[in-house]
Design a protein around this ligand. Structure first.
Ligand code: X2X
Length: 336
């Protein structure tokens, strides 16, 4: 029998439980990544998940789906899937989201960022905020930055030290048409394909080369698929963005939003430091495996910068002249 007393008791129980039970929270949130735990990228996601679980005392559980499996391996669809709520959260590369958020092409402008300080000057300053605003406008809530790293050029044919060395080389690229422009203007023959398809294409010789951070080259054993030459040209670096689908974000209490964000910031900072500190050892490992590593002289570097100027002419208006200028100023003032 329902009495006044039992109703009151039930209401009291509900009130006691509600802040803890959070009936509208999912039992588990999906987190998409492209690279799994063996790579710094996957470790960034692992750290986020671990910190959130710990700090929420197990109330918020996230599960990582790597290799872009939630979008059948098509990493350039990750952002759209997050926007539509098909994916709850992601730690994604600016490259893979740039087809949907044109401002993210900023980081792919060749030779915009000469060193790690330059990356930080952009991500941690006003340009970084403007990029986050652009992501937010598209229905995804960005929380923090991580890092995939400076992307170096490998190939199976020759040691590349000047633009003309790229003539006719078939290079695997990913992401936005900006990469087509960069490699075409250098005289190469770029082909866009997902990461899943990249290693098979290198193995069969369907492509001659690719570009990825040293950590990716190392862990994925790209040396074993005939990539004997590696040029450290530092032409661009892709930051990672920790983000939540805005539809999902709105279901969290303000306290839990703050918790998710701070955990992402801490995980990103941890991963950036870790991956940067591992670079020297990674390079040594790659050399030990017999890969011929080429570093550019200042003159050779300048030749690449000059040869890729047309990419700025085409892409600055698309990305936004103000944003590009803001980023260039941040880079120029980075040591102040
Ligand atoms: O596909 C790539 O090259 C990778 C793994 O670096 C990205 O997802 C951008």
């Amino acid at each position: 029998m329902i009495t006044r007393r039992s109703l009151l008791a039930a209401a009291a129980t509900c009130m006691m439980l509600s802040p803890l039970a959070q009936a509208d929270y999912k039992a588990e949130y999906t987190v998409s990544t492209v690279l799994p735990s063996a790579f710094p990228w996957g470790q960034a996601a692992d750290k986020w998940v671990e910190l959130v679980k710990e700090r929420s005392e197990g109330r918020i559980n996230m599960k990582i789906y790597s290799s872009a499996q939630l979008v059948s391996g098509d990493q350039t669809k990750e952002f759209s899937a997050m926007r539509s709520g098909l994916i709850d959260m992601a730690v994604g590369s600016t490259i893979n989201w740039s087809p949907q958020v044109v401002e993210l092409n900023l980081f792919s402008l060749p030779f915009l960022m000469p060193d790690h300080k330059a990356i930080d000057a952009i991500t941690q300053g006003d340009a970084g905020k403007a990029v986050f605003d652009a992501i937010e406008k598209k229905g995804v809530t960005p929380l923090a930055w991580g890092e995939n790293g400076f992307r170096e050029l490998s190939n199976s044919k020759l040691a590349i030290s000047q633009p003309s060395d790229l003539q006719g080389l078939k290079i695997r690229v990913v992401g936005s048409p900006l990469f087509q422009d960069t490699f075409s203007t250098l005289g190469a023959n770029p082909t866009q394909m997902s990461w899943t398809d990249a290693k098979p294409a290198l193995t069969t010789g369907a492509v001659d080369g690719q570009e990825n951070p040293l950590s990716v080259f190392d862990v994925a054993r790209i040396d074993q698929v005939g990539q004997k030459y590696l040029t450290r040209w530092h032409y661009m670096a892709d930051p990672l963005v920790f983000a939540v689908s805005t539809r999902v974000w709105r279901t969290f209490s303000p306290e839990d939003q703050a918790l998710l964000k701070q955990a992402a910031i801490d995980a990103g900072k941890w991963e950036i430091e870790k991956s940067r500190s591992e670079l020297d050892a990674t390079l040594a490992t790659i050399r030990e495996r017999g890969v011929e590593v080429t570093d550019l002289t200042p003159e050779q570097h300048a030749a690449f910068v000059e040869a890729t100027q047309s990419v700025y002419d085409t892409w600055t208006p698309k990305i936004g002249a103000d944003l590009v200028k803001q980023a260039q100023d941040a880079v120029a003032n980075r040591n102040n």
